[in-house]
Structure formats: structure tokens, C-alpha cells
Design a protein around this ligand. Structure first.
Ligand code: 5GP
Length: 179
């Protein structure tokens, strides 16, 4: 199946499907080693993180649970407002559990900072953060990232779960949008 015709002319491939899948194999192996004696709960952050979570867990060789949270900080705008809201709270009880939060992209870092504060209050045993993409040049608060897929420069990216005004999440590669 190839749906790349959904990518208009101004989308340029930044990370190919093959590179994404290769990196997921590496991250999966790392997480399998780090959590071999535990059954972690992996929390996918909706909407953007759902494809990353779905593909990543299939490279992990330890039993695990999944759960989802939905937060919003952007609306349809491309700059972080800094106001993070919980739109769907956690269902699982993470008290005393090993937790891995799975994000699509860390930009300003405000969402992650908010999640760290919120989830630490439930007193998990271990709280780790995985993100497919990180834009270090945009990050303006200290963030602790344990698993990073790729560092990217300060450009708006779409595809593989990441949206352009709620569309294009189903693209199989990651693109940079040229204005
Ligand atoms: P932060 O709170 O770190 O500024 O932003 C995190 C959220 O902003 C991400 O989970 C994602 O939803 C959105 N975001 C930040 N940069 C981009 C980008 O380049 N492309 C897309 N599609 N979303 C982004």
C-alpha cells in the first residue's frame, strides 16, 4: 500500500519509512533490555503518538500494558500556547508501576513538563519518556528524555501520526512542510 500521493508538492521527505522502522527496532531493543523484569504501562499521548506507540510496542520483547491520555496545548495553531489541558485522563492505576510515556514530538517541552508533574503525583515506580522526534533548538524548559527517535531542526513536520490541521497523520514517512 502506498498513499504518498496524499503528500503535496511542498512536502519534502525528512525521515523515510525504512529509517523510522530501523530506529524503532533499536528503541524496542533498548526498552526490552531496560524493562526485562517488569511489565511496564506505556502511555500513548493522543492524537499524534498513536502510530509510534503501535509500531514501537511490536518491537518490545517484554509483557506490557498500554493506556492513552489526550492533552491539548496547540489547538490548530503551530506555536505552543503553554496552556496544557487534559482532554482524556489516564484510565490505568500507575501507582508503583513502571511507566513509559510515548509522545510524537517534543517541541517547547511544555507538554512533557506538564505530564511529568501530573504523572509523578501518582507515584509510579519508574517514569520514563519516549519521543519519536525532538526539536532541541525549540525546547525552552528542562526535559528528561529517555528514548528519542530522531532530533530534528526547527521546522514543522507532518506524517506518521503528526498532523497538518488534523490531516496527513496517515502518511507513512515524516515530511517537512515548506511554506
Ligand atoms: P510542546 O508542548 O513540546 O511544545 O509540543 C508538543 C506537541 O505539539 C506535540 O505533541 C505535537 O502535537 C505538537 N507539535 C509540536 N511541533 C510539531 C510539529 O512540527 N508538527 C506537528 N504536526 N505537531 C507538532
Amino acid at each position: 500500500m502506498n498513499n504518498e500521493k496524499l503528500a503535496p508538492e511542498n512536502f519534502k521527505v525528512l525521515i523515510s519509512e525504512a529509517r523510522i522502522q530501523q530506529r524503532l527496532r533499536e528503541l524496542g531493543a533498548e526498552i526490552s533490555r531496560d524493562f526485562q523484569d517488569s511489565k511496564p504501562i506505556m502511555i500513548g499521548i493522543l492524537n499524534g503518538g498513536f502510530i509510534f506507540l503501535a509500531d514501537l510496542i511490536r518491537h518490545i520483547e517484554t509483557d506490557l500494558e498500554i493506556d492513552f491520555m489526550r492533552i491539548s496545548s496547540y489547538g490548530n495553531h503551530k506555536e505552543s500556547t503553554g496552556h496544557v489541558k487534559v482532554l482524556k485522563p489516564l484510565s490505568a492505576d500507575i501507582n508503583g508501576r513502571d511507566v513509559i510515556v510515548v509522545e510524537d514530538i517534543v517541541d517547547s517541552g511544555l507538554s512533557l513538563q506538564f505530564l511529568e508533574k501530573l504523572l509523578s503525583a501518582f507515584r509510579p515506580n519508574r517514569l520514563k519518556f519516549a519521543t519519536l522526534l525532538h526539536k532541541p533548538s525549540k525546547t525552552r524548559v528542562p526535559v528528561r528524555l529517555d528514548y528519542v527517535g530522531f532530533e530534528v531542526e526547527d521546522k514543522y513536520v507532518v506524517g506518521y501520526g503528526l498532523d497538518e490541521e488534523q490531516l496527513k497523520r496517515n502518511l507513512r514517512q515524516i515530511y517537512v512542510v515548506n511554506e
